[in-house]
Design a protein around this ligand. Structure first.
Ligand code: ADP
Length: 384
């Protein structure tokens, strides 16, 4: 068997190359996940690889095969690649789940454990149509592009729009009771819409909503996340209360427009969240103005709503609730949403006065805020 100048056989080089094949859903190398059953390279340089998929009919089999072929073809000396796909046995899947969930396959909601380092933001609004979902996905995309590991839960059961805004058409993959969320623009995303027949109206009552959210948070495998964003339904309904119970450490972001009437309902949404013991981190005003060709700002929906909500919430809650930013009306923001490509990904720099620039700036601020360690286990024990 020929060796390279580091003394490695072609087979060893092939294994190293396969470390670079990342499972698209689990976002870890297939070699770590027990998905590489075998790799052989004969004297003529012909490679035969056997890959174990998590489930039969895995929708991403084509992607994985292509990635294996590409990585191996790049190894000098390998002349051909033959990929054989098989499916994990129940025992192998069990091993994988243990690997992912940790010893004992811990169940429950990972983000509500005291030692969780994931920052959870629940995005709330008083009423629909103020741009809450648009803001959520753009903040998520801006954080993901800056290198954070980001997940989004679309909990807006009556108006789920997150998959469309992120251009996701793929369905989640089920590995037994574990659900693997589709990934778009680096964001792991799960939506109630992915579990429903298209365009069927949802007429769920409170307890069902609570169960659905609990199942999302328990069964969906997000892996280690830096930030989880939840797109809440508008108003002060059952889901907000469920979030309070299921994710007590979630912080609330309130989205409102400059309009006085919108500000009133937004304030109520913020106050309810606080009754569940959650912190309101700040207010985001959306649709604040429209830049006219002559450079003037036209205030289509009036002005001051964001500042009013911030001030009133601050006095009700007894701590500062800052206005984190004001986002203008911007055709590109709407177009990005329609195209499934958040505008923050197509505008390269933080630009003042554009919706994308302002959203990036807000995302940077939220990502930078120090994570409070109060009450968190640091995993250290006193010596001796
Ligand atoms: P919500 O989640 O509050 O119901 P959406 O995010 O679905 O609201 O936004 C409602 C509509 O307004 C969408 O068509 C969206 O593209 C558009 N939109 C939201 N914010 C802006 C903005 N700043 N400029 C232009 N269009 C916007």
């Amino acid at each position: 068997m020929p060796v390279n100048n580091l003394g490695k056989t072609l087979e060893q080089q092939a294994r190293t190359a396969l470390d670079r094949v990342i499972d698209p859903e689990l976002r870890r190398p297939i070699t770590e996940l027990g998905m590489l059953r075998s790799v052989e390279v004969d004297d003529a340089g012909a490679a035969r690889v056997s890959v174990l998929l998590t489930i039969a009919g895995c929708p991403l089999r084509g992607t994985i095969t292509g990635d294996v072929e590409r990585e191996l073809a790049a190894v000098p000396g390998i002349t051909s690649v033959d990929v054989d796909l098989d499916v994990m046995s129940p025992e192998q899947r069990e091993e994988l789940k243990t690997l992912l969930r940790g010893p004992g396959g811990a169940r429950g909601i990972p983000f509500s454990r005291p030692d969780s380092l994931t920052r959870v933001y629940a995005v709330a609004s008083g009423k629909g149509g103020v741009g809450k979902s648009t803001v959520t996905v753009n903040l998520a995309a801006a954080m993901a592009v800056s290198g954070l590991r980001v997940g989004v839960v679309d909990a807006d059961v009556h108006g789920f729009s997150v998959p469309g805004l992120l251009g996701i058409t793929a369905s989640p993959t089920r590995v037994d009771e574990m659900i693997l969320p589709p990934v778009a623009h680096g964001i792991k995303t799960i939506s109630i819409g992915m579990f429903l027949d298209s365009n069927q109206p949802v007429a769920w009552r409170g307890p069902m909503l609570h169960r659905a959210l609990e199942q999302f948070l328990t069964d969906v495998y997000f892996g280690d996340l830096d930030v989880l964003l939840l797109d809440l339904p508008p108003g002060t309904g059952d889901i907000a209360i469920s979030v309070g119970q299921l994710l007590p450490s979630a912080e609330i972001l309130v989205v409102t427009t400059p309009q006085a009437a919108a500000a009133d309902v937004a304030e109520r949404a913020g106050t309810v969240a606080a009754q569940t013991g959650q912190k309101v981190t700040g207010v985001i005003e959306n649709m604040s103005w429209l830049s006219l060709p002559n450079g003037e700002r036209m205030e289509l929906f009036g002005s001051g709503g964001g500042a009013i909500v911030s001030e009133r919430l601050g006095s009700v809650l007894g701590y500062e609730v800052p206005l984190l930013g004001s986002i203008p009306l911007d055709v590109r923001l709407r177009e990005g949403g329609d195209a499934g490509l958040p505008v923050v990904l197509t505008e390269s720099a933080v630009q003042d006065g554009t919706a994308g620039g302002e959203l990036r700036r807000i995302a940077q601020g939220l990502a930078r805020r120090p994570r409070g360690l109060a009450g968190k286990s640091l995993g250290v024990t006193p010596r001796g």
